[in-house]
Each structure stands twice: as structure tokens, then as C-alpha cells.
Design a binder for this molecule. Structure first.
Ligand code: AMP
Length: 285
């Protein structure tokens, strides 16, 4: 695996590979890698001539300074895992390389409704930061395919919209969410949980399953209330949202609405276990 830290060097290298006709696949990450990330790298390797992974903890997508400061960093093990997985290129830039003109955004991405709900409303500015960094990374790597995880369901929708807004010819591939045997969705933030918190955090998965199992027998409000009760019972603190939404548009169902089999639905949760904010989602039908 070749590790690049400078934009000019990786740009030059990848341009040469592109000239050779190689298909470039790209897996952007913030590091503290786990099997979920590696599943994307594996899928990318299966499809692409050259697999590029980036590790960059992007300051502009953190709306909470403490969350940024405490974001786990495990570079040595990340490099080892990527090498074992057969990743070709690791791009590990500094903030200055990514944002030579400073981190203040030079444009606004018109994400419309997507930015007004769920993660968008609870993390103001988050998706603008995500678009800012992915736009920049796509400029640098210029991949043919971009690999994203369904774990960040709304982010996948936002980035598909970004690709559309920028009129890029990049294929977006979404990988399924990898979970611990307990059902807990793998996440870099799980490193900040104690063993006991990790055990209790499986309530997110259980509450999503509960919604799925009772989907057509209750209203959206009743389903969400049942999930909230389960989360609170297992020691979750603040619950930002439990929502059931149209999986195509993220239009959130009103409390009184009954889920209909004709509409593809997704349940989404964001809640705090101690100081750590966890998100998860599940396709329901
Ligand atoms: P992150 O490092 O959290 O920014 O994630 C980098 C990429 O890995 C994103 O596309 C995530 O959606 C994806 N990802 C994170 N967790 C998982 C998981 N448990 N299973 C599959 N993909 C994941």
C-alpha cells in the first residue's frame, strides 16, 4: 500500500493510473477503522482496478467541538488493517492540504429538504461540512466509483445529491451496515463506550427490530414511542429522534400515519449513550 499525504503527489499518481485505463474506487473515512469500513474496501477491491481509501477527520463537519476533540484516532492499526485488506492507496492529508485556503466554506450546497430533517436539524451545518470535504476529496481522487455505508443513511442521500449537483460521473455504491454479533452497528464512536455501555447500546438495534416487527399494527407515533421507551429503559439519555420515513425521500411519517406496505420505509435513530451520540437505521419493508 502506498501512503500519500500530499495532494500534488496523489493527484499525479492517480492521473497516471487513469491514463492506463484503471478503474479507480474510493472509500472515504475518518479512520478508527473497523469491519464496516473494511467491508467497503473489500467491495471496492472486487470492482475497481485500484482501491483508494482516505483517512481524514474533517473538522468542518463537527458541529460539536468536544466530539471532534474526542474522535478516536488509531492510525497504526488502521494502516495495518488496510494493508491486510489489500488496499492500494491510503490518502492521509493534513487539514492544510485539504483546505489550503482555510476551512471556511467557499460555497453553499443546496441540499434542500434533506438538510432540514433528522441529522440535518440536530447537527446544524454538518452536511455542509460533509459536502465540502467530499467535494474536495472527489476533486483530488477523481474516482469512477464512490463507496459509502448505509449506516449513515441520510449521508448517502446527501452525497448522491452532491454528485448530482456537481454533475459528476461517479457511481455511488452503498454497502450494508456491519454489526457486532450483539446487533450493535459498528462505529468508530463505539471505542468511546465502556463494555457495559456497549451492551446497553444494543437497544438501538432492538428498538429498530421492534419497529420492523410491529410495522403494520401501529401508527408511526406508537412505534416511535415504543422504541423510545426501550432506549430509555436501557439507559440512553437524550434521544434526538426516532423516526420512520420514506426511504426514497426521507419524508418523515406523521405520528398519526400508519405505515403502508406500498411505501419503502426506513426507521432511523439518534441517541446518546453517556456522552456518545450513536446513530443507526433499518430498512423496514
Ligand atoms: P466514517 O469513518 O464514520 O466517516 O465512515 C466512513 C464510511 O464507512 C462511511 O461511508 C460510513 O457510512 C461507512 N460505515 C461506517 N460504519 C459502518 C458500518 N457499521 N457498516 C458499513 N459501513 C459503515
Amino acid at each position: 500500500m502506498i501512503i500519500f499525504k500530499e495532494v500534488s503527489a496523489i493527484t499525479r499518481y492517480l492521473e497516471a493510473r487513469r491514463q492506463e485505463g484503471l478503474h479507480i474506487g474510493f472509500v472515504p473515512t475518518m479512520g478508527a477503522l473497523h469491519e464496516g469500513h473494511l467491508s467497503l474496501v473489500r467491495r471496492c477491491r472486487g470492482n475497481a482496478g485500484i482501491t483508494v481509501c482516505s483517512i481524514f477527520v474533517n473538522p468542518t463537519q463537527f458541529n460539536d467541538a468536544a466530539d471532534f476533540a474526542k474522535y478516536p484516532v488509531t492510525i497504526a492499526s488502521d494502516i495495518r488493517m488496510l494493508e491486510n485488506e489489500g488496499c492500494d492507496i491510503l490518502f492521509m492529508p493534513t487539514v492544510e492540504e485539504v483546505y489550503p485556503g482555510g476551512t471556511v466554506a467557499s460555497r453553499h450546497y443546496d441540499l434542500g429538504y434533506l438538510e432540514t430533517v433528522l441529522e440535518g436539524s440536530y447537527r446544524p451545518g454538518h452536511f455542509q461540512g460533509v459536502c465540502q470535504v467530499v467535494h474536495r476529496l472527489l476533486e483530488i481522487v477523481a474516482p469512477h466509483s464512490l463507496y459509502l455505508g448505509q449506516k449513515d443513511f441520510q449521508q448517502c442521500m446527501v452525497l448522491k445529491k452532491l454528485v448530482e449537483l456537481l454533475d459528476l460521473r461517479v457511481e455511488v455504491v452503498i454497502g450494508e451496515t456491519l454489526r457486532e454479533p450483539s446487533g450493535l452497528a459498528m462505529s468508530s464512536r463505539n471505542l468511546r463506550l465502556s463494555d457495559d455501555e456497549k451492551r446497553r447500546a444494543t437497544a438501538i438495534y432492538q428498538s429498530l427490530l421492534q419497529i420492523k416487527q410491529n410495522l403494520y399494527s401501529s401508527t408511526a407515533g406508537e412505534l416511535a414511542a415504543g422504541a423510545r421507551a426501550r432506549l430509555l429503559g436501557e439507559g440512553f439519555g437524550r434521544i434526538d429522534y426516532v423516526a420512520i420515513a420514506d426511504a426514497r425521500t426521507l419524508q418523515v411519517l406523521d405520528d398519526a400515519e400508519k405505515p403502508a406496505p406500498s411505501v419503502p420505509l426506513v426507521a432511523l435513530v439518534a441517541a446518546f449513550m453517556g456522552e456518545v451520540r450513536l446513530i443507526d437505521n433499518m430498512l423496514l419493508n
